[in-house]
Ligand binder design. Structure first.
Ligand code: ZN
Length: 278
């Protein structure tokens, strides 16, 4: 058996073991391991499968980081639920590397707060998760952005049914990862831009769906903005009417750096920490 196959089997076994352990300790918070997880209902119909205790969940209520990427001379706004440190960093790490995909439900609630607060409730949006390359998705067993996007759509549907107006969002995984690129976090800023160049492609036959549509691009972390910029560029070139970027967290170090020296494709420093609490 090849080394590559052994690595995949090792990764799958590890992921399975973590999931089994996670199920056995289901009633305890995935983060602090002490607090009890309390099931809550949303919109009177669905019971949210929380994996965090109320105290840890409240740590996700942070000031929003927002700003614009400049793509083909159009401003593409981004909204990040918090800074990539502390609780967000721990949770994203658990989702990506420890098989805790179920945490996406707690995080989807936070993201839904951004949609309700910032997007026009009269509009319809397609929700496109940033794709993983097939190889990495097989290793991990899932694409965390896709799990998050599904949870977000489910929440939004219930919100619209029971709590009133909110933008309509439809899950549409129309992007493909055309290149198996190294993880962005291991690269310098210039390398990140080069790394994602032509990294994405549209799925066959989806051009007419994208043309004229409003699109929410969903990613877990925004660092240099290079990934979101590349995907937004592809969608705008395909005729998208509007692209908005939604992420869980933004790396605060880069955010502070960009304040002093804006990125080539960023119109200005992010607008700063908003007062909005999701
Ligand atoms: Zn907790």
């Amino acid at each position: 058996m090849s080394t590559k196959s052994l690595k995949v089997i090792h990764s799958l076994c590890r992921s399975l073991a973590i999931r089994i352990l996670s199920e056995l300790t289901r009633s305890k918070c995935c983060l602090c391991r002490r607090g009890d997880v309390v099931a809550t209902t949303f919109g009177g119909s669905i019971s949210l499968p929380h994996r965090l205790c109320p105290a840890c969940f409240n740590k996700l209520r942070q000031p929003i980081l927002t700003g614009y990427l400049l793509v083909q001379e159009k401003p593409v706004p981004f909204f990040c639920a918090g800074a990539y440190e502390g609780v967000f960093q721990s949770l994203i790490h658990k989702i990506k590397y420890q098989g805790e995909a179920a945490l996406c439900f707690d995080l989807a609630i936070v993201l839904h707060g951004l949609i309700a607060a910032f997007l026009n409730p009269e509009n319809n949006y397609l929700l496109l998760p940033i794709p993983l390359h097939n190889r990495r998705q097989k290793e991990r067993g899932y694409n965390q952005c896709e799990v998050l996007a599904r949870a977000l759509c489910r929440l939004n549907k219930e919100h619209r049914r029971f709590k009133g107006k909110a933008a309509a969002i439809t899950f549409k995984p129309l992007l493909l990862r055309a290149k198996d690129t190294p993880p962005q976090h291991s690269l310098t800023r210039q390398e990140r831009i080069a790394n994602v160049e032509s990294a994405f492609a549209l799925k066959k036959g989806c051009a007419s769906t994208i043309a004229g549509s409003r699109i929410i691009l969903l990613d877990d972390v925004l660092t240099s903005g290079a990934t979101a910029h590349e995907a937004a560029q592809l969608l705008l070139s395909a005729g998208a009417r509007e692209v908005v970027v939604l992420t869980l967290a933004r790396t605060i170090k880069k955010w502070q750096g960009l304040k002093a020296r804006p990125a080539p494709f960023e119109t200005s420093a992010p607008l700063g920490k908003g007062a909005h609490q999701p």
